[in-house]
Design a protein around this ligand. Structure first.
Ligand code: ZN
Length: 307
């Protein structure tokens, strides 16, 4: 979990990171957040009168209007939890809460790769896949506040790769880090699969984006096949997004963008080939500029959003 004091032009003034919250209850985690925010205020000597408020970006389904966390796959205690209300009581400051993909989308729109556009879509590819849409300068959240769960749109109904949601063939199942062990093990069963990596003796948690990316860089045939297939699926996912939203720019963020130019070029190639002449304007596919700080800058930037 990252806490930061962010200026209204998107610069991080001070930040701290804490990791020992995995086994805490929701109330304990919120108390811990409040403690870290207060220590940032003390450290920097900023006056609370100069603080617009607290922005929170969290994974899971979030009801932005009243700051309720509906579900959270990482922290099960956050179920129908009034996060904004609880944190507001502790800090005596206005609190806004949103999904972390929305926060990242807004950060890229205000200060990153989508700056200068009024209509931008953001897709993050890391352990999971999420999206956030800025439409005419505002985040689009849908009626329940959970729009943008593009990761669970189904891209291959005949897929044998199972998503965390229980369905097969979700975009997330084919383009995120969490299913890489499944994909590797299925491919190893196919005749002719060629690899120099000893996947058979590895635990699932060792088969991650970094390992596959390293194999890809070194020319391992199986890793190359996986990265290219992944890019093709993401290219199609972005194409579907274009057909629904038609943004001016699509920004891709998240850890898997570290797979580099060959991966990104393949995504673009699949996208533009599929869109063909249906694309009537120069829609660019860009890489996120704010990297690992996007979520925390975006959470703060939510306070700048026009009401
Ligand atoms: Zn799914």
């Amino acid at each position: 979990m990252v806490c930061a004091l962010v200026s209204s032009d998107g610069k991080i003034i001070a930040r701290n990171v804490f990791r020992d919250h995995r086994d805490l209850s929701a109330d304990e985690i919120i108390a811990e957040v409040a403690r870290h925010v207060n220590s940032l205020i003390l450290e920097t000597g900023v006056s609370t009168q100069d603080i617009l408020g607290i922005g929170v970006g969290t994974c899971g389904h979030v009801h932005h209007a009243d700051g309720m966390v509906i579900t959270n796959s990482q922290f099960s205690d956050f179920r129908n939890y009034p996060l904004a209300e609880k944190l507001g009581e502790l800090l005596k400051l206005p609190v806004v809460v949103d999904n972390d993909a929305n926060a990242q989308a807004y950060a890229e729109y205000k200060f990153g790769s989508a700056q200068g556009f009024r209509n931008a879509s953001f897709v993050t590819v890391s352990t999971g896949v999420g999206a956030g849409f800025v439409i005419d300068g505002k985040l689009f959240r849908g009626i329940g506040g959970t729009a943008g769960e593009i990761g669970h749109t189904i891209i291959n109904p005949f897929s044998t790769v199972r998503c965390g949601c229980g369905n097969y063939g979700c975009l997330m199942a084919h383009t995120s880090g969490q299913t890489l062990p499944q994909i590797v093990r299925q491919k190893l069963l196919q005749p002719g699969t060629d690899t120099t990596i000893d996947f058979k003796n590895m635990e699932d948690y060792e088969i991650n984006g970094e390992l596959i990316g390293k194999g890809f860089e070194e020319g391992d045939p199986l890793c190359t096949e996986i990265v290219m297939e992944n890019a093709d699926y993401l290219g199609l996912g972005l194409y579907n997004l274009f057909q629904v939203i038609d943004p001016e720019v699509i920004v891709i963020g998240g850890g898997l963008t570290n797979w580099g130019d060959r991966y990104l070029d393949r995504i673009r190639k699949t996208f533009y080939r599929t869109a063909g002449r249906m694309l009537s304007h120069p829609l660019e596919i860009r890489v996120a500029a704010l990297k690992e700080n996007a979520a925390v800058i975006g959470a703060a930037a939510l306070l700048l959003e026009p009401r």
